[in-house]
Design a protein around this ligand. Structure first.
Ligand code: HEM
Length: 215
């Protein structure tokens, strides 16, 4: 029990669930980018993801990954607040760390808000709702016709980018990979991944929004 309560174990669980979520994001972005190549290709990939039993099983692992990551993140933040509540400590933290690392809970909770909206509009509609369109592709096209919706998405992708920029390298540190030779490369890779995720997802939303204006 003492082990479960230890902050080291929480950090490791956060790191491993975070790395798992990162691999999901890479796959999700790749499949979503198919929308820019061909509607049929995207629909086929989407159909495969929705019917393959291994992927279906992985959806439960994904849900557990999200829950663990969010729960540990909130717990660690509350625990850190209790440990150093003074303004002096906060100012010192500001001097010693970047914006992303100081605002992980803020960017994380805002991305969670996005995720709830996103799951309601895609996952829920496709799995349990009354699908109003003939294909997954059409659902994507129609949702981004709404400018407010597109704006919310792009804003969320920027926040997700900041979250990943710190989270990626932090995950490696938490599992003990901290080396003068490898850490700078890991930080660089994390930043590159964050930029690709933000730009890649934003490109999809903006492409469909601007395409809808010319129709
Ligand atoms: C342009 C951006 C995005 C588009 C067009 C998009 C599209 C979709 C679609 C069509 C589905 C339903 C898949 C299915 O059940 O067959 C889905 C599910 C999902 N999306 Fe996204 N997504 C985007 C960005 C994101 C981001 C940034 C995240 C995470 C922060 C995310 C997390 C999820 C999750 C967790 C699911 C449910 C799991 C799944 O069905 O695989 N999505 N998305």
């Amino acid at each position: 029990m003492a082990l479960i309560n230890s902050s080291i174990l929480r950090k490791i669980v956060m790191a491993l669930s975070g790395l798992f979520l990162i691999s999901f994001l890479a796959l999700h972005l790749t499949i979503n980018l198919f929308t820019l190549i061909s509607a049929d290709l995207f629909n086929e990939a989407s159909h495969f993801m929705a019917t393959n039993w291994i992927i279906q099983l992985m959806q439960y692992v994904l849900a557990i990954g999200f829950v663990l990551h969010i729960a540990m993140g909130i717990q660690l933040t509350l625990q850190n607040k209790k440990a150093r509540p003074s303004a002096y400590a906060m100012n010192k933290a500001a001097a010693n760390s970047g914006w992303s690392s100081r605002n992980m809970i803020v960017t994380g909770l805002l991305v969670l808000f996005f995720l709830i909206v996103h799951l309601k509009n895609y996952f829920w509609v496709l799995k349990f709702g009354d699908m109003p369109y003939s294909s997954d592709y059409e659902l994507v096209v129609k949702l981004f016709e709404n400018p407010l919706y597109t704006l919310l998405y792009v804003f969320a992708f920027v926040l997700l980018g900041f979250h990943l920029d710190h989270g990626f390298q932090s995950a490696f540190q938490s599992v003990g990979i901290n080396h003068s030779k490898y850490t700078p490369a890991i930080k660089w890779l994390g930043r590159a991944f964050a930029v690709v995720v933000t730009l890649g997802f934003s490109l999809i939303s903006l492409f469909f929004y601007f395409s809808s204006l010319s129709n």
